[in-house]
Design a protein around this ligand. Structure first.
Ligand code: FAD
Length: 352
């Protein structure tokens, strides 16, 4: 029997397995998909935290402060650990004055973590709870399951776009709850981006580049003409609002003179043009341009309730998106939480 079973070879599971192997443990790493890396591999790779703990609390007021404190205090050292393993930093900052962190090349991040974690068994999902060895659940949340999204998040679940790897369908949540864990706060909350609406064709390679991240420069309306004012820099409020509107749709209308506003290293115009090229319905006229968008869900924010040692139930630990209650009420880096709690979970599981 292995010393530890880890379910999921994405950010949290690879960090957990690498940590455990670094401590000399024999690890069984199971991966449901046909490749390692999960949604991490598709991500922008920005591992970040808020600049102050107060800012973290202010932006995610309903999250568990003790868990948030751990992410806040441990992240910088954990990023150094990734760098020490050889992960390639492509940008030494986040490009956002509110946050601090680095951007990694996600292929390199996956490869160095795999080298430290050992090869996962691909196409081998964990189906049942613990069987003697302690278990780390790191299956990446439940955004891949329409039924769970309908139950917890929105009646419009059938219309959502999945902006993530396809395999994270609530297995960790189910197995954890069966083992006696409780669910966290914020089961109805998701993170994601408004994306070009069908018939636009949006593949995994477009998840970052096609994100329509300019609601702050637009009038945002649903199909009944009801509007929503963007309230957060991450525009998570816009995504969550859109997810609950008819057909999970929102129309972004931009005045001509706002088209040159910068959005990270691009402009509103670039993003509108990219949506149109991808095939989204775009209307131009009267000095405005209107893009039809759909809510693209990246991760769920609710999950299993964990303590400061990542314990969810006897012998069962959870990390990454499977562990809820950290970003509740707002948004914080999913990669950061997965990294920090992946390592904590492995250490605690080996001591259990
Ligand atoms: C386009 C995009 C951009 C993003 N950009 C950023 C960013 O810049 N910064 C940031 O912080 N976050 C970002 N994220 C979010 C980030 O990728 C996630 O928060 C992070 O990957 C969560 O880590 P995880 O280990 O929980 O899940 P994942 O990395 O998705 O790993 C979960 C793994 O578990 C596997 N799995 C599922 N079920 C089972 C099972 N039963 N048994 C075994 N394995 C299973 C899955 O196949 C997957 O490999 C982005 C995501 C996307 C898609």
């Amino acid at each position: 029997m292995p010393d530890l079973v880890v379910a999921g070879a994405g950010m949290a599971g690879l960090a957990a397995a690498a940590e455990a192997r670094g401590r000399g443990a024999d690890v069984l790493l199971l991966e449901k998909g046909d490749r390692a890396g999960g949604s991490m591999l598709l991500s922008s790779g920005v591992v970040w935290r808020h600049r102050t703990f107060d800012a973290f609390r202010e932006e995610c007021p309903d999250g568990d402060p003790a868990l948030q404190r751990l992410v806040f205090e441990r992240l910088d050292a954990d990023v150094d650990w990734l760098v020490s393993l050889g992960a390639q930093v492509t940008q030494p900052d986040t490009g956002n004055a509110r946050t601090t962190g680095v951007r990694f090349d996600t292929r390199s991040l996956t490869d160095v973590l795999l080298a430290a974690a050992g090869e996962p068994r691909l196409g081998k999902p964990l189906r049942e709870g613990p069987d003697g060895a302690p278990l780390v659940l790191a299956t990446g949340g439940f955004q891949g399951d329409r039924e769970l999204l309908r139950r917890h998040v929105t009646p419009e679940a059938d219309h959502l776009m999945l902006r993530a790897a396809p395999w994270s369908a609530g297995d960790g949540l189910r197995i954890g709850l069966e083992a006696g864990a409780r669910s966290s706060a914020g089961m109805d909350q998701v993170y994601g981006r408004n994306m070009p609406a069908p018939p636009a064709r949006v593949g995994p390679a477009d998840f970052v580049g096609l994100a329509q991240l300019y609601a702050r420069h637009a009038r945002v309306e649903n199909e009944r003409g009801e509007s929503h004012d963007a309230a957060t820099w991450s525009e998570i409020d816009v995504l969550q609002w859109t997810a609950r509107q008819p057909r999970a749709r929102a129309w972004f209308t931009v005045e001509e003179d706002a088209l040159d506003e910068p959005v990270r290293d691009r402009t509103v115009r670039d993003l509108v043009d990219a949506a149109e090229t991808a095939g989204a319905p775009v209307r131009r006229g009267d000095g405005t341009v209107t893009v039809e968008t759909v809510a693209g869900v990246t991760t769920t924010l609710g999950g299993l309730r964990i303590d400061e040692r990542a314990r969810a139930a006897p012998g069962v630990f959870a990390a990454g998106t499977d562990a809820g209650g950290i970003a509740t009420g707002g948004y914080s880096s999913g990669l950061a939480a997965a990294l920090v709690f992946g390592r904590i979970a492995a250490a605690a599981a080996l001591e259990s």
